[in-house]
Design a protein around this ligand. Structure first.
Ligand code: C2E
Ligand code: CA
Ligand code: CA
Length: 437
């Protein structure tokens, strides 16, 4: 083999190596490189700490400043991470705005996460300062652990555990997470089958008008009946939001609700307006409205008789243009309620800007009636403002007569809670409606 040919071959191999292992934006290793390098380090007999780091709302940064700036930011973040760790440690960019770090040897988690946070939360690119937020998931490996993928999964799990928590920048994987992870994968393994076996059922919880004490609407609530064992939505909904199965489930529930409404129409004169919970992931789908309108048409349901409940947290997500989506939904006739109001850091401005009909005041405020003076003041202010804006108010989770008394005094429009009635299965709900007519 002549020398020139050999050199060319080496160059080609290096080029292929670069393509396979180097991230061109940051010049750091990519996901494949991270797997390979971590695997090597796991052979060394010492403590290792994995950190998965991502930039919150990187999509919005890209939208606001453009992709070139976005790429510059990624490069800079990579450099800052590199400067915060030792030469023998690893940092790679795994995907979009996600970085993988491996600290080899002793590491003080609080110290290093603080340092990373300080360096990245205020960052300088070409003489301009940007304020960012980052989230980190930390996993401290035992020296016997060799499975890179399972270590990454645990760090990601720790990362996801702090989602939605205000002012928390990192989460550390602890032993109790181990059980949670097993439970999560059980749920994930069963979810498709559960839809096919019709294990998801709908319960309806009536909403009562405080003036007339009559039912004015009802909220559809999902239940997972796994062979008589009820699994709480509080357990499975967050999992499905993460793995996006919620998009399928929301649409399935919506179709069941329409089917039930069609059936009810044949049996009772006035059926109540039904509220359906819709998650952010469903709303962000491009064909969301088209798909849902198709279902209402199929069951001959007037969109005016349905209200969507979206959480206050969803409305403050700036990855989607909420105003545009909600306006389109309104145009078709559906009502819109803001769920869990008071827990999601939205602004008054948002209440005015978005086409909202109803505010559902979170149970945590109702619980404080008769207990905490400051919280009551806040509840009174919320009721005052919503009345000024001509929005309807629903108080959630009302259990006691003194809460009803207070809410009536302050002119809250509707009440939903165990005080009047618990969520009812479809058959019981129909009986309930017939009894009330
Ligand atoms: P949410 O939308 O805030 O629903 C209200 C929750 O409060 C329901 O819990 C309801 O059963 C409960 N509740 C009502 N009155 C009382 C009361 O007086 N006292 C107490 N302690 N609780 C009361 P549930 O059914 O367990 O649902 C939990 C959450 O799961 C819901 O909270 C909602 O965020 C989510 N969810 C339920 N169904 C669906 C669905 O079809 N799609 C989506 N995306 N989420 C759903
Ligand atoms: Ca709700
Ligand atoms: Ca709620």
């Amino acid at each position: 083999m002549n020398r020139r040919y050999k050199k060319l071959r080496i160059e080609k191999r290096n080029r292929l190596f670069e393509l396979a292992y180097i991230d061109p934006i940051t010049n750091l290793g990519n996901y494949n490189a991270y797997l390979a390098r971590t695997k090597e380090k796991l052979e060394i007999n010492c403590k290792k700490t994995m950190i998965i780091l991502d930039i919150d709302k990187f999509k919005s940064f890209n939208k606001k400043y453009g992709h070139t700036k976005g790429n510059e930011l990624l490069k800079k973040v990579g450099e800052e991470i590199k400067s915060a760790i030792r030469k023998t440690d690893i940092v790679c960019r795994l995907a979009n705005d996600v970085f993988g770090i491996l600290l080899v040897g002793e590491a003080d988690v609080k110290n290093i996460t603080d340092r990373l946070n300080k360096k990245i939360s205020r960052i300088n690119i070409k003489d301009t300062w940007y304020n960012l937020r980052i989230s980190m998931g930390v996993y401290i490996c035992g020296s016997e652990e060799k499975d890179v993928q399972s270590i990454i999964d645990k760090a990601i799990f720790a990362h996801d555990s702090i989602k939605g928590k205000y002012n928390v920048t990192y989460g550390v994987f602890t032993e109790e997470f181990e059980q949670k992870m097993v439970r999560e994968s059980e749920i994930e393994n069963r979810m498709e089958e559960a839809i096919q076996n019709q294990e998801f059922e709908i319960y309806y919880q009536p909403q009562i008008d405080t003036k007339t004490e009559k039912m004015v609407g009802a909220e559809a609530l999902i239940r997972w009946n796994e062979n008589g064992n009820m699994i709480s939505p509080n357990e499975f909904i967050p999992i499905f939001e993460r793995n996006l199965f919620i998009i399928k489930l929301d649409a399935y529930i919506f179709e069941m609700v329409c089917k039930h409404m069609k059936e009810m129409k044949q049996e009772v004169k006035n059926i109540p307006k039904i509220s359906v919970n819709i998650s952010k992931e469903s709303l962000a789908e491009k064909d969301f409205l088209e798909r849902y309108i198709k279902i209402t048409n199929q069951y001959e349901i007037d969109p005016n008789t349905i209200q969507f409940e979206i959480t206050e947290r969803t409305t403050v997500d700036d990855n989607i243009d909420m105003k545009e989506i909600l306006e389109k939904i309104k145009e078709k006739g559906f009502g819109i309620a803001i769920d869990d109001f008071g827990t999601g850091y939205s602004s008054l401005n948002m209440l005015e800007m978005l086409p909202i009909d109803t505010i559902k005041i979170d149970k945590s405020f109702i619980d404080k009636i008769g207990q905490e003076k400051n919280a009551i003041d806040l509840l009174e202010i919320i009721l005052y403002i919503t009345q000024k804006l001509r929005l309807k108010t629903v108080a959630e989770g009302v259990e006691k007569s003194e809460q009803v008394k207070y809410l009536k005094e302050k002119k809250c429009d509707f009440i939903q809670g165990y005080f009047y009635v618990r969520p009812l299965g479809f058959a019981d709900f129909k009986k309930y409606i017939k009894g009330k007519q």
